[in-house]
Design a protein around this ligand. Sequence first.
Ligand code: MOS
Length: 745
Amino acid sequence: MEAADIHHIGNPTNRVDGRLKVTGAARYAAEYEAPGLLHGVIVSASVAAGRIVSLKTERALSVPGVVEIFTHENCGSGAWLDRNWKDEVAPPGHPFRPLHSDRILFDGQPIALVVAETLEAARDAASLVTAAYEVGQHCTELEVKRSQAYEPPEKRSGIPPPPEPRGKAEDAFERARHRISADYRIRAEHHNPMELFATTCVYEGKDKLTIYEKTQGSQNSQGYVTSVFGLKTKNVRVINHYVGGAFGSALRPQQQLFFAVMASLELKRSVRVVLTRSQMFYIGYRPETRHAISLAADNEGRLTSIIHDAVAATSHYEDYQESLVNWSGMMYHCDNVKLSYGLAKLNTATPCDMRAPGAAVGVTALECAIDELAHAAGIDPLEFRKRNFATLDENTGKQFTSKALGACYEQGAASIGWERRSAEPGAVRDGHELVGLGMATGMWEAALMKASAEAKLTPDGRLQVSTAASDIGTGTWTILAQIGADALGLPVGAVTPLIGDSSLSASPVEGGSWTAASNGSAVLAACEAVKQTVFKHARKMANSPLAAASFDEVVFLGGRIALRTDPDRGLSLAEVMHASDLREIKASRKAAPKLLQMRKYVSYTHSAVFAEVRVDRDLGIVRIPKIVCAVAAGKIINPKTARSQILGGVVMGIGMALHEEAMTDHRLGKIMNHNFAEYHIPAHADIADIKVIFVDEQDDKVSPLGVKGLGEIGIVGTAAAVANAIFNATGKRGRDFPITLDKII
Ligand code: MOS
């Protein structure tokens, strides 16, 4: 077998952008320079509700180097004239319009932008801006608003509302042999990607901008800018070649984009605006949720009733929604199900998608409740889940295109050594530690979104594949190169991927774990079209060894097109192109979901997460020596970057279980731990052995590549597995996340 015969899809390929990243050559949004670049620093409100009575800017304006201070009184007259502002990720409501009025809706709301010749001058001046407020009533406490929760009148696009009730959940609960009712709380979390939110807006002349922007969707940001500022699409180019993490926080255009563009247009200069780490806490976040769950089972441990009522926080100006409780109707077989999902308005910024939005918290609550019911029924929690396996999506009655969850259960259990689990909580001691095992099921969507791509082959044997996708650290650059290389039978090094630029082929934002399947399938389709063209020209050549062949009979290998049955008989791609005098062969193609198939099928990724915890008997300190995450996600394009995604998801799940929470002083309506010193995320010492297993899963329906995509599935179920292991170790239920040691002692 020749080297070129190796399949790149499925190979643990190194990141093609790895060297650029570790050497610092990969540039991020705040690292681009422009002549005469100005720096903008945002001034934030210090009250949670009310209106601005006056803003004092004289002292700030006197700082040498300060160019302008924008407030609601002099802010961008050209902005927001188009009422049809664009943001494909926006929930129903009115988007936050920075400096649009004197109203204050949340603490930390931007109230001014100081623009100066240097960052130092801008920062210094920003500290001198003072505001007087007429302070209004605020509420930042979900529990207070819980009783006023409402069903959002307008549904967010792409988010299914809870399904209609089926069966008689309350009656079945009353009659059941085994039942539990519990209340779960999962506190607000903040994304905190390493890279701060940043925009460098380069003013290229009359209303023409090149914008280097931290975003998960260059074209979404472009649409926002053109609609908010009334600019032509061809005059606004958004570039996001490299993104230092985002987890959903960069799906929507954030405030720094507005500010950089507004100031740039007003001052006719290039402007950079970077949020501080603290300001990162006043953009979208994972809302706090409360879950009242009642479950019941019969004598055989079969679920007879599932009731899940959830309430989530949103802002005063938008109805942010996620698929929060729907999972409870589809993860297990049950005939009596009743689910509800309400929102409560708080004085905070609008929450936004954060890794596996909805599932990360909804499934956590459900999976803890399942563990409680299994325990009440005296059945091993893994066995309990197997008995209640759902072979259909019972919310819709549709079939799964594939569901290798059984293999996840088997392989995950074997890897953690599930047989050593004691059924009795608190029974296993090792020195001063209590040892426990817990597990949970995970589930996430496997979506195929409409995406397009271009492929271009040149006579030097190089292939360029391009699409306006993003790589938020997920490995998009690399997998697109692998897909192109596989299609044309080239080494990965012969493929140049181009992404992160709004001028490339249309793409959705990078989110929902759909990029590999969607953009990957578009790249594959474009490559297939290029191959067809090569074949057509190859057949026409004088004395072509392929003259009598059909397309099915040829293979692309080692830079050649040849007969599948006799690879020696063929032509090099360069020969074919020279013979036809072609400087390039180019094709654009789209990938899109098959609507007919979607009437019958749904696609999801599945996982089983197993955790071993050790809890200090005296101090309540929880250690997690081992977590196993067994994932069924269809074909894995790159086991190396895929594993990295699951590792990251599991780490965030550990953060949800033990560390992460926004702590708000509700009297002031202020987040008190808006920094990395006090907002705890798992550190190296918190993470030990994480084993990632990808079980074999063939799926010829989910996407042309057989790929389901992953990234978000890694967090789903992880926090519940940890909580369930803590129960097994200690006999104490953690129902309030994060389960900090004060809740265990
Ligand atoms: Mo993901 S929360 O869709 O970036």
